[in-house]
Write a protein that binds this ligand. Structure first.
Ligand SMILES: Cc1cc2nc3c(=O)[nH]c(=O)nc-3n(C[C@H](O)[C@H](O)[C@H](O)COP(=O)(O)O)c2cc1C
Length: 261
């Protein structure tokens, strides 16, 4: 595939993957791509765990579903991410950022805006939205043939110091390389971030993965091959919109937005 085409096609996969293991060859290609990322002084501070073991995947899925349900039910999710919810194509076209909630089960559709708002927590709970989202998430993670944990070596990852920032930058670039390579391999990838929003849940995963004291667990992803039809979860969103150049680029100083043409 053309390189720019790969960049334009890169996206988050919200739906299920094929029930087929990711070949060892492809797993190692993903890791090679990660290792080609730049890092300060070529320190390569990233570490990865390729998780295929079914019991471990199911446990992480259970924690993912539970934390998703918890975060939605207690309102934390909406409190944190409310500014990014869009409810119509028109709103999305104006802002050109955030996520458009474009898929809800039939009975919820008339309440789209209310369903995703902190003031409607009671309604949300009555409509069992936290359970639906939690259970859908658990199933998606459990049925993913490969989970990937990204870690940093604490010798370099020292939060608050420049080396901490450099390490996070390097890991981000390594993950982007993995993400782009999934496009080439007919695979998909999705961040599983709800466990890291609840410290006790994150600790549970660290114990499960036997993360040693000198490493920091930074993120978890689910990966697999993409099915030809792209079935979507019951509650879903899309986020393919991007800001115009004039909305995020300046020319020479922050006083002059770059023109779009
Ligand atoms: C730090 C970070 C955390 C994210 N957490 C999640 C997540 O928990 N679940 C998810 O589906 N996507 C997550 N994403 C993916 C973004 O939602 C996604 O990249 C964005 O909406 C743009 O969509 P795209 O990747 O399809 O282009 C995360 C991305 C980043 C960089």
């Amino acid at each position: 595939m053309e390189f720019l085409e790969v960049i334009r096609k890169r996206k988050t996969t919200n739906g299920p993957f094929l029930d087929r293991p990711v070949s060892r060859e492809h797993q190692h290609l993903l890791m090679e791509a990660a290792s080609r990322a730049p890092s300060h002084f070529n320190s390569q501070p990233w570490r990865f765990i390729l998780i295929e073991d079914r019991a471990k995947r199911e446990k992480i899925a259970e924690i993912g579903g539970r934390t998703m349900q918890q975060l939605i039910a207690d309102g934390r999710f909406f409190e944190r991410y409310r500014p990014y919810f869009r409810f119509s194509e028109k709103e999305m076209a104006e802002r050109r950022d955030g996520i458009l909630i474009d898929q809800l089960p039939g009975p919820l559709r008339p309440f789209t805006r209310q369903v995703m708002s902190p003031s409607a927590l009671g309604l949300l709970r009555a409509l069992r939205v936290p359970q639906i989202l939690g259970e859908d998430n658990r199933k998606l993670v459990a049925s993913s043939p490969l989970l990937l944990a990204a870690l940093l070596d604490k010798q370099e990852y020292r939060p608050g110091e420049l080396s901490g920032f450099y390490s996070v930058l390097g890991l981000g670039m390594a993950i982007e390389n993995i993400w782009l390579t999934t496009v080439e391999l007919g695979m998909g990838i999705q961040f599983v971030s709800t466990p890291m929003e609840i410290p006790e849940a994150w600790e549970e995963i660290k114990r499960l993965l036997e993360v040693p004291e000198h490493l920091e667990l930074m993120a978890i992803y689910r990966l697999g091959y993409l099915p030809p039809d792209n079935p979507r979860p019951r509650i879903d969103w899309k986020s393919d919109q991007r800001k115009r150049i004039s909305q995020f680029v300046f020319r020479d100083s922050c006083a002059t937005p770059e023109s779009d043409t």
